[in-house]
Design a protein around this ligand. Structure first.
Ligand code: NDP
Length: 331
């Protein structure tokens, strides 16, 4: 029988591609979602794979024992559920608790209720690698050896810092859990920067787009009169991120490793140039800026480890932009 992986937060932008990537490879997937309504939407999204997909309701990932039942009987776990919001008002309940306790609670659930699981892949983030105090850091190539040095005090300074900190503390909590408890399973963390690409998951309307898709939508809906300046200088295609989850689950070498997953540096100017050329109907609602302006000197991400050990290949930037906009136009 094909192995079954548990994918938490199966309703999300990235998770939908992760679920799809596992289903396409013949795996059975058990997805966790917060409600029956969400379960029905996820089922609809993957209607071609009805026999391979089941859904499990976990209403609150921050609750003690949240995943105790969900982990029973599966062969591996992909933990993607975590809030990606940059404007939270209550950092503790909206960000830190679901991110950190969500992570430790699934690891504990696996150790206590499913000793057969050998690999857990966690959707981390470049947020836990970046040092925001160093700014654009021209010439610096971030690697998996870098850690965001954010402190608990700094974490509360604003919504962006709080999000970056939630991912940093959650990843640190995962490694600490493994160190302290020596479980049967190994953990792999994937660390993408901004993730763009086609929106596959159920979206009620454009107002409810996930954070990174909304970041592209604002380039085409007329809300930006100027080309925005980057907050982060690297991105990954969601399909590559999904494939990385499968590879990280399958490759023995990925045990206990962190991987930066990123296509290339980018600017919104590059994105707007591509949009204005490929979607002439959007020229009136996409800022012009300075077409062809070169990438300023900024940090880069060294992805050689993921290429070497996972065998990942990255989608060209232009394909990501075109496919993202195509999917947003459909919504
Ligand atoms: P989405 O908002 O689309 O998905 C987030 C998922 O997590 C949803 O399934 C959501 O459930 C679930 N979730 C969020 N908060 C809670 C909570 N309190 N309790 C239960 N479930 C919760 O975001 P993405 O797909 O973009 O993000 C997925 C993961 O990828 C996150 O871990 C994020 O940090 C990480 N990431 C994202 C990047 C990006 O640019 N998109 C970049 C780097 C990392 P529901 O649908 O019910 O709200």
């Amino acid at each position: 029988m094909a192995p079954t992986v548990l994918v938490t937060g199966a309703s999300g932008f990235i998770a939908t591609h992760v679920v799809n990537a596992f289903l396409r490879k013949g795996y059975n997937v058990r997805g966790t979602v917060r409600s029956e309504k969400s379960a029905a939407e996820v089922r609809q999204t993957h209607a071609d794979y009805t026999g391979q997909l089941s859904l499990f309701i976990v209403p609150d990932i921050a609750a003690p024992h949240a995943f105790d039942e969900a982990v029973k009987g599966v062969d591996g776990v992909i933990h993607t559920a975590s809030p990606f919001v940059l404007n939270a008002s209550d950092f503790e309940t909206e960000l830190f608790q679901p991110a950190i306790q969500g992570t430790t609670s699934i690891l504990k659930a696996i150790q206590e209720h499913n000793p057969d699981i050998r690999r857990v892949v966690i959707t981390g983030s470049f947020a836990s690698v970046l040092d925001p105090s160093k700014g654009v850091r021209p010439g610096y190539a971030y690697t998996e050896a870098d850690w965001n040095p954010v402190t608990a005090e700094e974490a509360k300074s604003n919504g962006v810092f709080a999000y970056l900190a939630s991912k940093t503390f959650a990843e640190q909590a995962a490694w600490q859990y493994v160190k302290d408890n020596k479980p049967n399973f190994s953990v792999t963390t994937l660390l993408p920067p901004m993730v763009f690409g086609p929106v596959l998951h159920h979206v009620k309307d454009v107002k409810s787009l996930n954070t990174s898709s909304a970041d592209i939508y604002r380039l085409i809906d007329g809300s930006e009169t100027e080309v925005p300046t980057n907050a982060f200088w690297a991105f990954a295609d969601v399909r590559d991120v999904a494939e990385a989850h499968v590879l990280a689950f399958e490759k023995p070498a990925a045990a206990g490793q962190r991987y930066l997953i990123s296509t290339s540096p980018y600017t919104y100017q590059q994105f707007c140039d591509i949009i204005r050329e490929k979607f002439p109907q959007l020229q009136g609602s996409t800022p012009n800026g300075t077409p062809g302006a070169p990438l300023p000197p900024v940090y880069t991400l060294d992805t050689s480890k993921a290429i070497r050990e996972l065998g990942i290949r990255f989608t060209p930037l232009e394909d990501t932009v075109i496919d993202t906009v195509d999917s947003l136009l459909k919504i």
